[in-house]
Design a protein around this ligand. Structure first.
Ligand SMILES: *[C@@H]1O[C@H](CO)[C@@H](O)[C@H](O)[C@H]1NC(C)=O
Ligand SMILES: *[C@@H]1O[C@H](CO)[C@@H](O)[C@H](O)[C@H]1NC(C)=O
Ligand SMILES: *[C@@H]1O[C@H](CO)[C@@H](O)[C@H](O)[C@H]1NC(C)=O
Ligand SMILES: *[C@@H]1O[C@H](CO)[C@@H](O)[C@H](O)[C@H]1NC(C)=O
Ligand SMILES: *[C@@H]1O[C@H](CO)[C@@H](O)[C@H](O)[C@H]1NC(C)=O
Ligand SMILES: *[C@@H]1O[C@H](CO)[C@@H](O)[C@H](O)[C@H]1NC(C)=O
Length: 690
């Protein structure tokens, strides 16, 4: 009665396809298609039921054994009416998920055993069934169908991916390389046991014919028409009246597989029902399996790709990033995009570098589309304070037009960087011609032409523009030569940037030693007269071919203006002329230039000529006034040092740093013998640029 009832229930459940567990009351058949949660299996070793009902025999840890048996024994008593033969049928799905591509087993076995006590059995090649001394012992009374993933010397006869039938031990009575017969293709296809995917197994034993069939198939394949293994085996000596059915598994001594049983049916009274793959508990998505490894690699690859794309985008953004504020809109035409400049200068390559000075590096470039040649000056600036005013000034300077001014085409702003775009002057700066041997010597006609050009440019800045523009850094290196060797004044007004971003408490002096009005160092106020002073130094350097300040020379030649003055006092001012001219110059013009240079170098600003007068003198329309002898009682270096309230000797290391073309900061002066206490005005900072 009870049996019939259960039987009906079983059929009902199987129709509904929700059966997860057979009844313990009917021990000769059962099915687990929905996990083993309620199965009450006899577990030992590493075996456990996961929360989704999946039977996990082993993890990937080393040297594990595991067993899982159906809780009650199965009747194999052939004398009893309910079990007339030894026939049985089982169907299960297992999966071996390796830790890594190369890792494996040791393997899983389906076992019918007299006992469920395998406490003395070993892992590795003994599959958790026997140990070395009990291997093959007839009293073991078990039959195992092994799914072995490792070739073990001594127990195996074939490769590391095989199916074998083991009787009382792990030395296979029959074994064969893992494969399945594809009904569709009509051929055997080899099957990797540890591919991480579910594998279906059917084991059918015909007690009459004494034929044991083992059939394998990958998931979602129907049962193959041909078994992988069809072995003629007499199990009567092995199978006792009651036997336990279940699984045994072991891991190896190195990295290994996680081994799972996903579903299982067993039948003594007929063909075991096939399992519904879709209902079986799923394999874990994480946990070091190959599947997972594959998935993780795919995810990692996708992430990596995203990161690369993101980084490339961020890099691209960063590369061309610029600062553009609302107020800049009106300057649209003067505003260059950083990308344009980047392309124009080939990414600000060193090869494009024209030079670098106190205000920053200058790069040569070619604007895309128009092919216009430009020079891009990169000026670093710390704060955006006063930037608006500065940019508006820059833009207004862009409106200045004079044939002897280098045209400012526009600007671009980035974080901590201001870029100024000028028209390119093919011949570079004048100082290269005057002081280096790389360029040809300019003749007097050319030099005089340059001097007049620069003077008229300064006249334009001081008197003829809409507003007064002080240059504040006139010197040979700021005079550029165009293709016809006309002198063009560059960098005008740039000094103001340093006014803007400095602390209002401090005054920064911008200028270059030797060109700097002593008055300027005292008051810190830029004036037209200070520009004229610098122009005077410039006139002398062009005529004499020397720098206004030559710290390495003999003491009497350190200051050019002193040297010229001495020659003048001797009544032989032309002795100071650049020897490279080899005497080829117009004496009148030369004398005028040298004397004008001295006049402009007067320490008393009021006694210097205005730029208008300078131009008139140069043109020769007006004759020069007398040069007051002894007007220059103070020498330039000492007058600067006097500002600091103290006169010291210029030692070599100090003059080295002053003479270098880079911006000399106060600290380097301090480091060379001047202490902060010695400053007459503690707040003033001397900043000396080239
Ligand atoms: C097998 O079944 C027969 C008949 O039911 C019974 O007499 C016999 O004791 C059983 N054998 C074992 C070993 O249980
Ligand atoms: C093997 O197992 C038997 C009993 O199952 C036990 O007596 C024996 O000590 C074991 N031998 C080893 C080497 O573990
Ligand atoms: C396989 O088992 C049978 C008994 O069923 C035995 O006669 C035969 O020798 C065994 N073969 C091997 C290779 O162990
Ligand atoms: C498939 O393999 C089995 C076992 O090795 C063999 O008996 C059978 O002939 C093979 N079938 C084909 C179509 O090769
Ligand atoms: C075992 O396989 C053979 C060969 O395919 C077949 O003839 C036999 O019916 C099968 N036996 C069982 C019990 O499935
Ligand atoms: C066992 O076999 C019988 C006869 O074929 C069948 O009706 C029953 O559904 C099977 N039970 C299981 C659990 O496979």
């Amino acid at each position: 009665m009870a049996a019939t009832f259960t039987w009906d229930r079983l059929r009902l459940f199987s129709c509904l396809a929700v059966i997860s567990m057979a009844k313990a009351q009917n021990p000769d058949q059962f099915i687990y298609t929905n996990g083993f949660r309620d199965a009450n299996l006899q577990l030992d070793g590493s075996a456990e039921i996961r929360s989704n009902g999946l039977l996990q025999l082993t993890t990937t840890s080393r040297l594990l054994t595991a067993h899982a048996f159906y809780p009650s024994p199965i009747n194999f008593n052939t004398s009893s009416s309910s079990a007339p033969s030894l026939s049985f049928s089982t169907n299960f799905v297992f999966a071996m998920v390796p830790q890594s591509e190369e890792a494996s087993g040791h393997g899983v076995a389906f076992v019918i055993s007299q006992s469920t006590d395998f406490s003395d059995a070993d892992a590795v090649q003994y599959l958790g069934l026997v140990n070395e001394s009990t291997n093959g012992n007839p009293s073991n009374h078990f039959i195992a169908v092994e799914f072995d993933t490792i070739f073990s010397l001594g127990t195996d006869t074939i490769d590391g991916n095989h199916v074998g039938i083991d009787l009382n031990g792990v030395i296979s009575n029959q074994s064969i390389a893992s494969a399945y017969f594809s009904n569709e293709e009509g051929k055997n296809i080899s099957l990797d046991l540890k591919n991480g995917l579910p594998i279906q197994v059917w084991i059918d034993y015909d007690g009459q014919q004494q034929l044991l069939n083992v059939t394998l198939a990958p998931e979602n394949s129907p049962k193959p028409n041909q078994p992988l293994l069809s072995a003629s085996i007499d199990l009567s000596d092995i199978l006792m009246a009651t036997m336990y059915v279940g699984f045994s598994a072991a891991t190896g001594s190195i990295e290994s597989c996680s081994q799972y049983i996903m579903g299982w049916s067993f039948n003594r009274s007929g063909q075991a029902q096939s399992l519904e793959m879709s209902q079986l508990p799923k394999l874990p998505k994480n946990g070091g399996g190959r599947n997972t490894v594959r998935l993780i690699s795919i995810i990692a690859a996708v992430l990596l790709l995203l990161i690369i794309i993101g980084a490339a985008y961020a890099y691209w953004r960063k590369k061309y990033e610029e600062v553009l504020e609302d107020w800049e809109k009106e300057y649209g035409p003067h505003r260059f995009s950083y990308k344009t400049l980047y392309i124009a200068t080939k990414g600000f390559k060193d090869k494009q570098l024209l030079g670098s000075g106190g205000f920053g590096k200058v790069y040569k470039g070619t604007l895309p589309y128009t092919n216009e040649q430009i020079a891009v000056k990169k000026v670093s600036h710390e704060s955006s304070q006063g930037m608006k005013e500065f940019v508006s000034e820059i833009v207004s300077m862009g409106r200045l037009r004079h044939k002897n001014l280098v045209r400012l085409l526009g600007y671009c702003r980035r974080k901590k960087e201001l870029l100024l775009i000028y028209e390119l002057m093919e011949n570079g700066s004048l100082d290269k011609f005057l002081f280096s041997d790389d360029k040809p010597t300019l003749n007097w006609f050319q030099r005089f032409q340059i001097i007049r050009g620069v003077a008229t440019a300064l006249l334009y800045l001081h008197e003829e523009g809409e507003q007064v523009v002080l240059h504040r850094d006139i010197k040979a290196s700021n005079v550029l030569l165009d293709s016809e060797l006309n002198g063009r004044l560059g960098d005008f007004g740039l000094a103001r940037l340093y006014d803007r971003d400095s602390d209002p408490q401090t005054t920064r002096l911008v200028g270059t030693l030797g060109y700097m009005d002593p008055e300027l160092t005292r008051t810190g106020r830029a004036t037209k007269a200070a520009d004229v002073f610098a122009l005077g130094a410039f006139l002398l350097e062009v005529a004499c071919g020397r720098k206004p300040f030559a710290p390495h020379g003999p003491p009497e030649e350190i200051s050019l203006v002193d040297l010229v003055e001495r020659c003048f006092k001797r009544g032989a001012i032309v002795d100071a002329v650049d020897p490279r001219l080899q005497g080829n110059y117009v004496v009148k013009e030369m004398e005028r230039v040298l004397k004008l240079g001295l006049l402009c170098s007067n320490t008393e600003p009021d006694l210097r000529p205005t730029i208008k007068e300078v131009v008139q003198y140069l043109e020769g329309n007006v004759s020069l006034p007398d040069i007051p002898i002894d007007s220059r009682s103070q020498k330039i270096p000492s007058s600067i040092l006097e500002t600091f309230g103290r006169s010291i000797e210029i030692n070599t290391s100090m003059t080295n740093s002053i003479a270098s073309d880079s911006v000399v900061s106060l600290s380097s002066l301090l480091g060379n013998g001047l202490s902060l206490n010695s400053l007459s005005s503690a707040d003033s900072v001397l900043r000396i640029g080239n």
